[in-house]
Design a protein around this ligand. Structure first.
Ligand code: ADP
Length: 194
Protein backbone atom coordinates (compact mmCIF):
# COMPACT_ATOMS: atom_id res chain seq x y z
CA UNK A 1 0.00 0.00 0.00
CA UNK A 2 1.16 3.43 -0.87
CA UNK A 3 -0.41 6.27 1.11
CA UNK A 4 0.95 9.62 0.16
CA UNK A 5 0.16 13.14 1.27
CA UNK A 6 0.79 15.63 -1.52
CA UNK A 7 1.46 18.74 0.48
CA UNK A 8 2.03 22.40 -0.29
CA UNK A 9 0.55 25.88 -0.16
CA UNK A 10 -2.39 26.96 -2.34
CA UNK A 11 -1.17 27.11 -5.93
CA UNK A 12 1.81 24.79 -5.38
CA UNK A 13 0.58 22.36 -8.04
CA UNK A 14 -0.91 19.59 -5.90
CA UNK A 15 -3.93 19.08 -8.16
CA UNK A 16 -1.88 19.08 -11.38
CA UNK A 17 0.67 16.63 -10.04
CA UNK A 18 -1.96 14.37 -8.43
CA UNK A 19 -3.56 13.83 -11.86
CA UNK A 20 -0.29 12.47 -13.20
CA UNK A 21 0.46 10.30 -10.17
CA UNK A 22 -2.94 8.62 -9.90
CA UNK A 23 -2.71 7.54 -13.52
CA UNK A 24 0.77 6.11 -13.10
CA UNK A 25 0.40 4.37 -9.72
CA UNK A 26 -3.30 3.49 -9.78
CA UNK A 27 -4.05 5.25 -6.52
CA UNK A 28 -7.28 6.81 -5.30
CA UNK A 29 -7.04 10.59 -5.31
CA UNK A 30 -8.81 12.37 -2.46
CA UNK A 31 -8.76 16.16 -2.78
CA UNK A 32 -10.70 17.73 0.06
CA UNK A 33 -10.99 21.04 -1.87
CA UNK A 34 -12.45 19.19 -4.88
CA UNK A 35 -14.89 17.22 -2.73
CA UNK A 36 -16.06 20.46 -1.11
CA UNK A 37 -16.43 22.12 -4.54
CA UNK A 38 -18.49 19.14 -5.83
CA UNK A 39 -20.74 19.48 -2.80
CA UNK A 40 -21.12 23.20 -3.45
CA UNK A 41 -22.16 22.46 -7.06
CA UNK A 42 -24.68 19.90 -5.88
CA UNK A 43 -25.91 22.36 -3.21
CA UNK A 44 -25.67 19.75 -0.44
CA UNK A 45 -25.79 20.73 3.21
CA UNK A 46 -22.04 20.07 3.42
CA UNK A 47 -21.45 22.26 0.35
CA UNK A 48 -23.41 25.18 1.76
CA UNK A 49 -21.48 24.94 5.02
CA UNK A 50 -18.08 24.56 3.31
CA UNK A 51 -18.74 27.52 1.01
CA UNK A 52 -19.17 29.88 3.95
CA UNK A 53 -15.56 29.14 4.96
CA UNK A 54 -13.98 28.70 1.53
CA UNK A 55 -15.21 32.01 0.15
CA UNK A 56 -13.39 33.78 2.99
CA UNK A 57 -10.17 31.79 2.57
CA UNK A 58 -10.70 30.03 5.90
CA UNK A 59 -10.43 26.33 6.61
CA UNK A 60 -13.57 24.30 6.92
CA UNK A 61 -13.79 23.09 10.53
CA UNK A 62 -11.80 19.99 11.49
CA UNK A 63 -14.80 17.93 12.64
CA UNK A 64 -16.63 18.39 9.32
CA UNK A 65 -13.51 17.84 7.20
CA UNK A 66 -12.36 14.76 9.11
CA UNK A 67 -15.81 13.06 8.95
CA UNK A 68 -16.02 13.75 5.24
CA UNK A 69 -12.53 12.41 4.54
CA UNK A 70 -13.12 9.26 6.57
CA UNK A 71 -16.33 8.55 4.67
CA UNK A 72 -14.47 9.04 1.34
CA UNK A 73 -11.68 6.66 2.42
CA UNK A 74 -14.28 4.07 3.40
CA UNK A 75 -15.83 4.24 -0.10
CA UNK A 76 -12.69 2.57 -1.50
CA UNK A 77 -12.08 -0.53 0.60
CA UNK A 78 -10.06 -2.17 -2.20
CA UNK A 79 -7.82 0.81 -3.00
CA UNK A 80 -4.16 0.10 -3.70
CA UNK A 81 -3.41 3.30 -1.85
CA UNK A 82 -4.38 6.94 -1.62
CA UNK A 83 -3.05 10.32 -2.58
CA UNK A 84 -4.30 12.81 -0.03
CA UNK A 85 -4.33 16.25 -1.65
CA UNK A 86 -5.20 19.18 0.62
CA UNK A 87 -5.56 16.93 3.67
CA UNK A 88 -4.36 17.07 6.42
CA UNK A 89 -4.12 20.83 6.87
CA UNK A 90 -4.07 20.94 10.67
CA UNK A 91 -2.52 18.85 13.45
CA UNK A 92 -5.93 17.37 14.51
CA UNK A 93 -6.47 16.32 10.85
CA UNK A 94 -3.02 14.69 10.80
CA UNK A 95 -3.84 12.76 13.98
CA UNK A 96 -7.20 11.69 12.52
CA UNK A 97 -5.51 10.44 9.34
CA UNK A 98 -3.10 8.42 11.41
CA UNK A 99 -6.05 6.89 13.30
CA UNK A 100 -7.98 5.87 10.15
CA UNK A 101 -4.94 4.39 8.49
CA UNK A 102 -4.10 2.44 11.63
CA UNK A 103 -7.72 1.17 11.79
CA UNK A 104 -7.24 -0.14 8.25
CA UNK A 105 -3.95 -1.79 9.22
CA UNK A 106 -2.03 0.74 7.13
CA UNK A 107 0.31 3.65 7.57
CA UNK A 108 1.46 6.77 5.80
CA UNK A 109 4.26 6.19 3.28
CA UNK A 110 5.42 9.82 2.97
CA UNK A 111 4.50 13.47 2.82
CA UNK A 112 5.75 14.90 -0.47
CA UNK A 113 5.93 18.65 -0.08
CA UNK A 114 5.87 20.92 -3.14
CA UNK A 115 7.79 24.02 -2.08
CA UNK A 116 7.03 27.31 -3.85
CA UNK A 117 7.74 30.87 -2.67
CA UNK A 118 4.91 33.31 -1.91
CA UNK A 119 5.35 35.79 -4.80
CA UNK A 120 5.20 32.86 -7.26
CA UNK A 121 2.06 31.49 -5.52
CA UNK A 122 0.30 34.86 -5.80
CA UNK A 123 1.13 35.00 -9.53
CA UNK A 124 -0.07 31.45 -10.15
CA UNK A 125 -3.35 31.92 -8.27
CA UNK A 126 -4.10 35.19 -10.05
CA UNK A 127 -3.44 33.42 -13.38
CA UNK A 128 -5.57 30.41 -12.39
CA UNK A 129 -8.45 32.78 -11.48
CA UNK A 130 -8.81 33.60 -15.20
CA UNK A 131 -9.93 30.07 -15.98
CA UNK A 132 -10.78 28.25 -12.73
CA UNK A 133 -14.02 30.08 -11.99
CA UNK A 134 -13.05 29.68 -8.32
CA UNK A 135 -14.20 32.67 -6.24
CA UNK A 136 -11.34 32.03 -3.78
CA UNK A 137 -8.79 32.59 -6.59
CA UNK A 138 -10.37 35.82 -7.83
CA UNK A 139 -9.87 38.03 -4.79
CA UNK A 140 -6.33 39.04 -3.70
CA UNK A 141 -7.46 39.43 -0.07
CA UNK A 142 -8.82 35.89 -0.03
CA UNK A 143 -5.60 34.63 -1.65
CA UNK A 144 -3.56 36.35 1.07
CA UNK A 145 -5.82 34.88 3.77
CA UNK A 146 -5.30 31.36 2.33
CA UNK A 147 -1.52 31.88 2.31
CA UNK A 148 -1.63 33.16 5.92
CA UNK A 149 -3.78 30.23 7.04
CA UNK A 150 -1.30 27.88 5.33
CA UNK A 151 1.65 29.49 7.13
CA UNK A 152 -0.05 29.49 10.53
CA UNK A 153 -2.00 26.24 10.58
CA UNK A 154 -0.67 23.94 7.88
CA UNK A 155 3.08 24.58 7.69
CA UNK A 156 3.62 23.21 11.24
CA UNK A 157 2.69 19.78 9.84
CA UNK A 158 6.11 19.62 8.20
CA UNK A 159 7.80 19.40 11.61
CA UNK A 160 5.21 16.86 12.73
CA UNK A 161 5.88 14.52 9.78
CA UNK A 162 9.61 15.22 9.72
CA UNK A 163 9.77 13.93 13.29
CA UNK A 164 8.31 10.65 11.94
CA UNK A 165 10.90 10.57 9.12
CA UNK A 166 8.11 11.01 6.52
CA UNK A 167 8.80 14.50 5.13
CA UNK A 168 10.25 14.77 1.60
CA UNK A 169 10.79 18.28 0.16
CA UNK A 170 10.42 18.82 -3.59
CA UNK A 171 11.18 22.06 -5.45
CA UNK A 172 7.75 23.03 -6.87
CA UNK A 173 9.18 25.57 -9.33
CA UNK A 174 10.07 24.38 -12.80
CA UNK A 175 8.51 22.50 -15.71
CA UNK A 176 5.44 20.47 -14.73
CA UNK A 177 6.92 17.30 -16.25
CA UNK A 178 10.25 17.81 -14.57
CA UNK A 179 8.52 18.09 -11.19
CA UNK A 180 6.44 14.96 -11.87
CA UNK A 181 9.62 13.06 -12.73
CA UNK A 182 11.13 14.04 -9.40
CA UNK A 183 7.93 13.04 -7.56
CA UNK A 184 7.87 9.69 -9.38
CA UNK A 185 11.50 8.98 -8.53
CA UNK A 186 10.75 9.60 -4.84
CA UNK A 187 7.67 7.36 -5.03
CA UNK A 188 9.63 4.63 -6.81
CA UNK A 189 12.15 4.71 -3.97
CA UNK A 190 9.30 4.33 -1.47
CA UNK A 191 7.99 1.32 -3.41
CA UNK A 192 11.41 -0.34 -3.53
CA UNK A 193 12.06 0.37 0.13
CA UNK A 194 8.40 -0.24 1.05
P1 ADP B 1 -5.81 25.35 -2.54
O1 ADP B 1 -4.80 24.34 -2.13
O2 ADP B 1 -5.52 26.00 -3.86
O3 ADP B 1 -6.16 26.32 -1.44
P2 ADP B 1 -7.99 23.45 -2.33
O4 ADP B 1 -8.88 23.09 -3.44
O5 ADP B 1 -7.10 22.39 -1.76
O6 ADP B 1 -7.16 24.67 -2.88
O7 ADP B 1 -8.85 24.05 -1.12
C1 ADP B 1 -9.79 25.08 -1.32
C2 ADP B 1 -10.44 25.45 0.03
O8 ADP B 1 -11.16 24.30 0.55
C3 ADP B 1 -9.50 25.82 1.17
O9 ADP B 1 -9.12 27.19 1.12
C4 ADP B 1 -10.36 25.51 2.40
O10 ADP B 1 -11.36 26.50 2.62
C5 ADP B 1 -11.10 24.24 1.97
N1 ADP B 1 -10.34 23.04 2.36
C6 ADP B 1 -9.71 22.17 1.52
N2 ADP B 1 -9.11 21.18 2.22
C7 ADP B 1 -9.35 21.44 3.54
C8 ADP B 1 -8.99 20.82 4.75
N3 ADP B 1 -8.24 19.72 4.78
N4 ADP B 1 -9.42 21.37 5.92
C9 ADP B 1 -10.17 22.45 5.93
N5 ADP B 1 -10.55 23.12 4.82
C10 ADP B 1 -10.16 22.63 3.63
Amino acid sequence: MLNIILFGPPGAGKGTQSEKLIAKYNLVHLSTGEIFRNNIKAATELGILAKSFMDKGQLVTDDVTIKMLESEVNKSPDAKGFIFDGFPRTIPQANALDTFLTKRGQSLSALLSLEVNEPELRLRLAERAKSSGRPDDANPEVIQKRIDVYNNETLPLIKHFDAQGKYIAINGIGEINEISNILCSKIDELIVCG
